[in-house]
Design a protein around this ligand. Structure first.
Ligand code: CP
Length: 313
């Protein structure tokens, strides 16, 4: 595997999950694999879990992680071809990616969408520019349309906690005050489509995800109906895709409560706004898997880095 930029880079999700569990049982077993190799983590946006767990994963493999907040600390990067650079940008991605490739054996990038320009966001301008102009493997730490490290994590967590062979998994939209990206919901959907689960999406009218992502997955606009017999309820807000990037609905009736959840396990990628997305009683109960999910971020990232190191050794 050269790059990990999408959930579609996973050839067999079940074997990846089993390998991640093995890594988790002995995280330092491959300390020699990454010795003298450098992982560069480039953040165009904020992060807590991705930033720390990906560094931890690199350290567990003996790698040296180096981190840069690109938006705050680097020169403004130009992505347009043939641009007369007499504006805010000071360095072209052609030079930036080539230079960073000399310092790093693997580059990991986080770059969120604009949520105002659908065409630009769906072109994955930043991620694809690094893929084009870097000469080393690339890892997606959440791009405009996908968060495949999070989705691999979630697949591992569901596998660990499933009590039946084909659990029912529901992805539920929940309200939020701000316009949020589709990346987590997109990649989670794509991961569930690769797993042997009974998968349903529930969201209000006007909030269907991209038809290219949803495919044949059932979408139910009645949350209560969707939650019937659910084993896992994965909750996330996203802005409208149809009315791109807009907040059309903040109905608090879509917030997740202990009563709605029933016996199902609650999942969320974090960070989560308490009593907006989900009530305290859920997060503070044994039904919540959010801390276990965050722990598994390390092993998902470690598996991805291990596969890239093995492929490129
Ligand atoms: N879930 C997740 O990606 O968390 P951060 O944004 O804190 O990295």
């Amino acid at each position: 595997m050269k790059h990990y930029t999408s959930i579609h880079d996973i050839d067999n999700i079940n074997s990846w999950i089993e390998e991640a569990k093995t890594l988790k049982s002995n995280p330092l077993k491959h300390l020699e694999l990454g010795r003298n190799k450098t992982l560069g983590l480039l953040f165009f946006n904020s992060s807590l879990r991705t930033r720390l767990s990906t560094q931890k994963a690199a350290l567990n493999l003996g790698m040296n992680p180096i981190v840069m907040n690109v938006s705050g600390d680097a020169w403004g990067i130009e992505f347009g071809d043939g641009t007369v650079m007499n504006g805010k940008t000071a360095e072209h991605i052609k030079e930036a990616a080539a230079v960073v490739s000399q310092y790093c054996d693997i580059i990991a990038v986080r770059a969120f969408p604009t949520l105002t320009d659908k065409v630009k966001d769906e072109s994955e301008e930043v991620l694809n520019a690094f893929k084009k102009y870097a000469s080393v493997p690339l890892v997606n730490m959440e791009s405009a349309t996908g968060h495949p490290l999070q989705a691999l994590t979630d697949a591992i967590t569901i596998s660990e906690h499933a009590k039946k062979t084909r659990p029912k998994v529901v992805l539920s939209w929940a309200p939020h005050i701000k316009a949020l990206p589709h990346a987590v919901a997109n990649s989670f959907t794509q991961a569930m489509q690769k797993m042997d689960v009974d998968f349903v999406i529930t969201n209000p009218e006007g909030y269907n995800l991209s038809p290219d992502v949803v495919g044949n997955t059932s979408v139910v606009h009645d949350q209560e109906e969707a939650f019937k017999d659910a084993d896992f309820v994965y909750v996330k807000n996203w802005s409208s895709y149809e009315n791109y990037g807009k907040v059309l609905n903040t109905d608090p009736n879509w917030m997740i409560t202990k009563e709605k959840l029933g016996d199902a396990k609650f999942m969320h990628c974090l960070p989560v706004r308490r009593n907006v997305i989900v009530e305290d009683a859920v997060l503070d109960s044994d039904s919540s898997l959010v801390i276990e999910q965050a722990n598994n971020r390390t092993y998902a990232a470690q598996l991805v880095l291990k596969k890239i190191l093995e492929s490129n050794n």
